[in-house]
Design a protein around this ligand. Structure first.
Ligand SMILES: [Mn+2]
Length: 344
């Protein structure tokens, strides 16, 4: 298995994009703020250069995230199928086949004309030419470097920052760092945030559009999730479960569940949080989060933990899928938790 790493550089990718007339931009299914922000930022930059751009979100998209896009700015796959007549495809914020399932046929057909821009530690060979930088907190940090290489201003002259490249970049930066709280919010993150704020990005308005714009069903489901909480490894690991029955009874949908996995990290003893979500009767999705170590307590590498189940992500945020019924997936996770080096 070849290592998932850069095979190209931003200057070469910028050159390929400059010579393309029609570019298609994709990201992982069920996009988060960084995925959506990366797609929108790159789409806006390439359109500013006069390119014909098909920008796609795939799978269920939170209504909050749709508020980032202007009407008609993005297409929704798989309902809309990407056109094979495009010159180049750019896949942002993922390089894993498992995260672009509805687009496999399209991406295989486009082989050789797919570019990857990612900041994840694990991925596959979707893109022949790719830049992978795991030191970056958000994929939008990488996208903005490419846009700077292309020479496109982050806010068009005379325009406001709303619906600008800058706003899309800020969205990825803010959401992938937990609004600048996580360990990955380093000096480079704050420096880029300062640049974007100086361009007029309205962080309060953006926070309200993205984080304070939920339906009541989210809180109903939150109550369910919290009541399912169990503790493992002497209280160091918190596990929550969300079943199809919970979703049916609260009227919530998967779009209402974003960020739940972070809630148990508010508990002092908890260094790792897990949410298991029953997506289908034989498909369970797991989200893993861990807290950075402050000294005595070792950090749990959830990327390595997720890898035991064929998943992956980052040291402090990762995911995995189980083609198993809900209770069996939970048993698998609990069994692996027993093998975790004790953390107290
Ligand atoms: Mn990301």
């Amino acid at each position: 298995m070849s290592r998932y790493a850069s095979t190209s550089d931003l200057a070469s990718i910028a050159a390929r994009l400059r010579s393309a007339a029609h570019v298609t931009i994709l990201t992982h299914a069920k996009p988060d703020g960084d995925a959506a922000g990366s797609v929108l930022a790159l789409a806006r930059a390439l359109r500013a250069l006069g390119k014909h751009v098909d920008a796609f979100f795939t799978g269920a998209v939170e209504a909050n995230l749709m508020s980032l896009a202007l009407p008609g700015e993005v297409l929704l796959a798989p309902a809309v199928v990407p056109s094979l007549t495009t010159d180049l495809v750019v896949v942002v914020d993922t390089g894993a086949w498992s995260q672009v399932e509805p687009l496999h046929d399209f991406l295989r057909a486009m082989a050789g004309r797919v570019i990857g821009l990612d900041h994840h530690a694990r991925g596959d060979d979707i893109a022949g030419d790719r830049v992978v930088d795991v030191s970056l907190a958000s994929a939008t940090q990488l996208v903005v470097k490419l846009i700077d290489e292309l020479g496109v201003p982050l806010v068009a002259p005379g325009a406001t920052a709303k619906f600008s490249i800058a706003e899309a970049v800020f969205t990825g930066l803010a959401t992938d760092t937990g609004w600048f709280r996580f360990q990955n919010a380093d000096a480079a993150v704050y420096a880029l945030a300062a640049r974007l704020l100086a361009l007029g990005v309205d962080k309060i308005a953006l926070y309200q559009r993205l984080e304070e714009n939920w339906r009541p069903t989210r809180l109903g489901m939150m109550a369910r999730a919290l009541s399912s909480l169990t503790f493992h490894q002497d209280g160091a690991v918190a596990l929550m479960r969300i079943s199809l029955q919970d979703l049916a009874e609260t009227g919530a949908s998967s779009e209402d569940l974003g960020g739940f996995v972070n809630m148990p990290l508010a508990i002092g003893s908890v260094t790792m949080s897990i949410v298991l979500t029953e997506a289908e009767p034989n498909l369970t999705k797991a989200s893993f989060r861990s807290k950075p170590s402050l000294g005595e307590v070792p950090t749990i590498d959830v990327n390595a933990f997720a890898a035991r189940f064929g998943g992956g992500g980052h040291v402090h945020a990762a995911g995995a899928k189980f083609k198993l019924p809900f209770d069996q997936a939970r048993l698998e996770v609990e069994r692996e938790l027993m093998r975790l080096t004790p953390v107290v």
